[in-house]
Design a binder for this molecule. Structure first.
Ligand SMILES: [Zn+2]
Length: 397
C-alpha cells in the first residue's frame, strides 16, 4: 500500500469526519475533565482496538495490534476547549461558553480517521500503534498526567516514535509545516511579590515602600533579557498584570506590591538560566531597597524539540502521500507552548502544523487560533488522518 493510496482511501472518510468534528465542536469541555467529549470519541473508535482509560483524568488510549510483532508508535490527539465565547456565526457553533478555538475538535477527528485507516490495514503493520486522546492541553499539563499514568506504555514497551498534528486557522489550507529542533517555546511564567512595611505616603523613610523596587524590577527584568541572553536564542518576558495599593488612596504606602509575567524560552539551557538569573536580579533589587521578595515560578511546558530523523520522515511521507509543495520547512519556531513537548522529550518524534484556513479567507488576515472568531476548514481532516496513519506505517513497515 502506498501513502498516496492511503490518502485516497482517507478521502472516503472525509464527510463522516467533518460530521464528527462538528458534533464535537458543539460540546466543548474545558481542562482535564472532558467526559462528554471522550464518550463521543469512544463511540467512533468502537471495535478498532483495545481501549485503556486514564484514572485521574478523562484520557483514553486506543491500542491497535499489528499483524506481526514489533515496536510501538504513539500518535496523539488532544480534546479540550478554551473558555472563549464563540462568535463565528457557524450553524454548528458552540453555545455553552466554551469553544474549540484551538481546533482540538479537528485533532480528535484526525485521530479517529487515522485509527480507522490503521485498523483497516493492521495486518501490514510490524508492530503496534497507540493513539492518545488527551484532555487538558491548554495549560493543564494533560500530557504530563498521561505520562505519569504510564499511558504511553500500554503495549508493555516504550514507543520508538511519536507524532502529533496541530491545525492553524491562519495557515494556508492543506500546507504542513514543521522544523528540526525547537518548534514551540517552553511556556511558563512567574509571580513576584515585594513585601515592605506600610505607612503614611508623606513620610516614606519611616516605611518600606514595595512599589519602587517592583517598578525597578519590572524594567530590569526586560533589560536582563537583552544583556544576559544571546540575541540568537530568544527569550520573551512579558508582564501581564500589576497590583499594588488602592486606586482611592494616594497617601498610603502599601505593604505589598506584586506582578505576574509570562516567560518563553526556546532552549533547555535558557529555560534553566531564566529562573536562576531572575532570582539573582529580583533578590538583589529587594535587598537594595530593604524589602523582601517572594518569587514563584508557574509550571512550564518543555521546549518542543523535533527529532531530526522524524522530521525527515515527515517530509518524505508528505511528499509521497500528497505530492510536492505540501511541506513547509519553517525558518523559526513559534512562541506558543504545547504539552506534547513532554512526550517528544521521552520519545523521539515530531509535531506537525497543518493549515486549515477556509477557502475565500486570506491567511494573512484570518482570525488566529484562540480567537472567538477562528474558523477551521474541516475538508483537511482526511489528509491529516492519512498523514498520521502513513507515519505509523512508515515506522512499522
Ligand atoms: Zn492547541
Amino acid at each position: 500500500m502506498s501513502y498516496a493510496d492511503l490518502a485516497k482511501e482517507a478521502n472516503q472518510y472525509s464527510n463522516v469526519l467533518s460530521e464528527i468534528r462538528r458534533e464535537l465542536h458543539q460540546i466543548p469541555e474545558f481542562g482535564l475533565q472532558t467526559p462528554n467529549t471522550l464518550a463521543r470519541v469512544l463511540e467512533s473508535l468502537h471495535g478498532l482496538g483495545e481501549i485503556t482509560l486514564g484514572t485521574s483524568i478523562t484520557s483514553a488510549v486506543l491500542h491497535i495490534k499489528g499483524g506481526q510483532p514489533g515496536p510501538t508508535v504513539l500518535l496523539r490527539a488532544d480534546m479540550d476547549a478554551l473558555a472563549v465565547v464563540e462568535d463565528t456565526g457557524l450553524d454548528f457553533a458552540s453555545t455553552n461558553g466554551f469553544m474549540h478555538a484551538c481546533g482540538h475538535d479537528l485533532h480528535m477527528a484526525i485521530g479517529i480517521g487515522a485509527a480507522h485507516l490503521i485498523a483497516t490495514h493492521k495486518d501490514e503493520l510490524k508492530g503496534d500503534v497507540i493513539i492518545w486522546f488527551q484532555p487538558g492541553e491548554e495549560g493543564h499539563g494533560g500530557a504530563d498526567v498521561m505520562l505519569e499514568e504510564n499511558m504511553h506504555l500500554v503495549t508493555g514497551q516504550m514507543p520508538i516514535a511519536a507524532f502529533g498534528i496541530h491545525v492553524f486557522s491562519s495557515y494556508p489550507k492543506g500546507l504542513f509545516g514543521s522544523r528540526v529542533g525547537p518548534l514551540m517555546a517552553a511556556a511558563g511564567g512567574m509571580t513576584v511579590t515585594f513585601k515592605g512595611a506600610g505607612g503614611h505616603g508623606s513620610m516614606p523613610w519611616l516605611s518600606k515602600d514595595p512599589i519602587s523596587p517592583m517598578a525597578e524590577a519590572m524594567s530590569a527584568l526586560q533589560t536582563m533579557v537583552n544583556k544576559r541572553f544571546s540575541a540568537f536564542d530568544p527569550v520573551v518576558i512579558n508582564i501581564g498584570w500589576v497590583k499594588a495599593g488602592d486606586d482611592h488612596t494616594e497617601n498610603v504606602i502599601p505593604e505589598i506590591a506584586s506582578f505576574g509575567a509570562t516567560i518563553r524560552t526556546f532552549s533547555v539551557e535558557n529555560t534553566e538560566k531564566i529562573k536562576r538569573y531572575s532570582i539573582e536580579l529580583l533578590e538583589g533589587i529587594a535587598k537594595a531597597h530593604g524589602v523582601e521578595v517572594e518569587i514563584k515560578f508557574l509550571p512550564s511546558t518543555k521546549v518542543l524539540m523535533n527529532d531530526e530523523e522524524s522530521i525527515k520522515r515527515v517530509e518524505r511521507v508528505i511528499n509521497e502521500a500528497f505530492g510536492p509543495g505540501r511541506y513547509w520547512n519553517m525558518p523559526d519556531p513559534i512562541a506558543g507552548g504545547e504539552d506534547f513537548a513532554s512526550v517528544v522529550d521521552v520519545i523521539p518524534g515530531a509535531f506537525v502544523f497543518m493549515g486549515a484556513c477556509p477557502e475565500g479567507i486570506d491567511p494573512a488576515t484570518a482570525s488566529t487560533n484562540h480567537s472567538n472568531k477562528a474558523l477551521f476548514d474541516d475538508s483537511i481532516l482526511a489528509d491529516g488522518s492519512a498523514l498520521l496513519a502513513s507515519l505509523a506505517f512508515d515506522v512499522l513497515k
